[in-house]
Design a protein around this ligand. Structure first.
Ligand code: PLP
Length: 443
């Protein structure tokens, strides 16, 4: 048995972990799907629970030795039930995408009609996008957002009445406004569809009351546990009371779809860490945290607009902001993402609704405040960061994306070399580092 520390057995990886820790500690993490877990969650993740096989469910396992795995899984389930006010919970999905695949497996047959928000309008791949299994195996109908950036409920109703989907998704990855759960529920009920809320991004806001809950409107809820919920990488599927009324077997169907339908052994270290994160989420401090996320996003959005940037839907109700860079040029997202990275600000380029460019060269930048808020940053810091972002965007304004592919590569290569040496960006990198030092993370 090798009891040596990583430092002694593998200095290459040890050093890489150290580098990643420093990157997180001294940079501004603004990808809205990311967050920083507590030391307690990290401890559960890096625990002996990773050694176990436990196919099945508490009390009904295919392997022996699951006494304590059962305890951890039951605690996790009870905590989720209480937090989200739902009837049935499965905490075993490996991540958000598998959780959604398992919902399809529970409810649909290949070729069935399903409906979700288009990827280009902020939806998730697994909600029926053409290159995902969900678009390949099902007859996928996609609804969109209106010119004002809000979900087009009228279009969703029209499509649902016309195509009679068996399953409708509500939820997205790049949508800054409150989700109209009630309105979509009326549509789903009208056509007899299952309504599934994918709250991967906003789960933490929902448990804190910083976003309306989906529980009373939808039949099933899926969520990741590692975004605003601030737990380990993982996911859960919940069945609501409304779902149980529509189909009393729904809980069993979900459990069967997760195992043996789609997965093998659950990741028990993740389950234990989910339990820990749910205990943390059930505190006044977490409520305050989640409300601060939204306050921070609103403050940042206002500052960006005050500095001349255009936002999809003109602002935010949540943790997320989508900047429309077509005011500079179509396909400008890549320039801004890379320049922000030089300044120590991590974001991601993203399509905007009716993007005139392509998903690989999208015209937007997606920003979020969950990770910064975990560091205790508040409105004052958001205003400063908003000014920095606007200054970085300015540095990119003179770069124009050529139409021709080879020319694009060449220009981007030059651009990347030049911004690395850009004095404004280098100066901002130092200011970012100083701000991070004032809001320590793990150090
Ligand atoms: C992040 C996300 C997922 C997928 O989660 P993974 O863990 O990356 O597979 C699913 N749905 C939505 C809406 C998401 O934002």
């Amino acid at each position: 048995m090798n009891k040596k520390k990583l430092q002694e057995t593998d200095s290459e990886i040890k050093e890489t972990l150290q580098n990643e820790e420093d990157r997180q500690e001294f940079g501004l993490e603004m990808i809205p799907s990311e967050n920083f877990v507590s030391k307690a969650v990290m401890e559960a993740m890096g625990s002996v629970m990773t050694n176990k096989y436990s196919e099945g469910y508490p009390g009904k396992r295919y392997y022996g030795g699951n006494e304590f795995i059962d305890v951890a899984e039951k605690i996790a389930i009870e905590r989720v039930k209480k937090l989200f006010k739902v009837a049935h919970v499965n905490v075993q999905p490996y991540s958000g995408s598998p959780a959604n695949a398992e919902v399809y497996l529970a409810l649909c047959k290949p070729g069935d009609t399903i409906m979700g928000q288009s990827l280009l309008d902020g939806g998730h791949l697994t909600h029926g996008w053409k290159t995902s299994f969900s678009g390949l195996f099902f007859n996928s109908i996609q609804y969109h957002v209106k010119a004002d950036g809000y979900i087009d409920i009228e279009e969703a109703r029209k499509l649902a009445l016309e195509h009679k989907p068996k399953l409708i998704w509500i939820g997205a990855s790049a949508y800054a406004r409150e989700f109209p759960f009630k309105e979509l529920a009326e549509i789903a009920d009208e056509v007899g569809a299952y309504l599934v809320a994918d709250i991967a991004h906003i789960a933490g806001l929902i448990v804190a009351g910083a976003h309306p809950s989906a529980s009373e409107h939808v039949h099933i809820i899926t969520t990741t546990t590692h975004k605003t919920l601030r737990g380990p990488r993982g996911a859960m599927i919940m069945v609501t009371e409304k779902g149980m009324q529509k189909d009393p077997d729904l809980g069993k169907k979900i459990d069967k779809a997760v195992f043996p339908g789609f997965q093998g052994g659950p990741h028990d270290h993740t389950t234990a860490a989910i339990a820990v994160a749910m205990k943390e989420a059930d505190t006044p401090e977490f409520k305050e945290y989640a409300h601060q996320i939204v306050k921070n996003a609103k403050a940042l959005a206002q500052e960006l607009m005050d500095n001349g940037l255009k936002l999809v839907s003109g602002g935010t109700d949540t943790h997320l902001i989508l900047v429309d860079l077509t005011t500079i040029q179509k396909g400008h997202g890549v320039f801004v993402q890379d320049a922000l990275e030089v300044a120590g600000i991590t974001t991601n380029k993203n399509t905007i609704p009716q993007d005139p460019s392509s998903p690989f060269y999208p015209s937007g930048i997606r920003l979020g405040t969950p990770a910064l808020t975990t560091r205790n940053m508040k409105e004052e810091e958001m205003k400063q960061i908003g000014k920095w972002i606007a200054a970085v965007v300015k540095e990119t304004e003179n770069y124009k994306l050529p139409e021709e592919k080879e020319e694009r590569k060449e220009l981007l290569k030059n651009f990347r070399a030049e911004i690395k040496e850009n004095a404004v960006l280098k100066g901002l990198r130092e200011e970012v580092r100083e701000m991070c030092k004032r809001f320590p993370l793990y150090k």
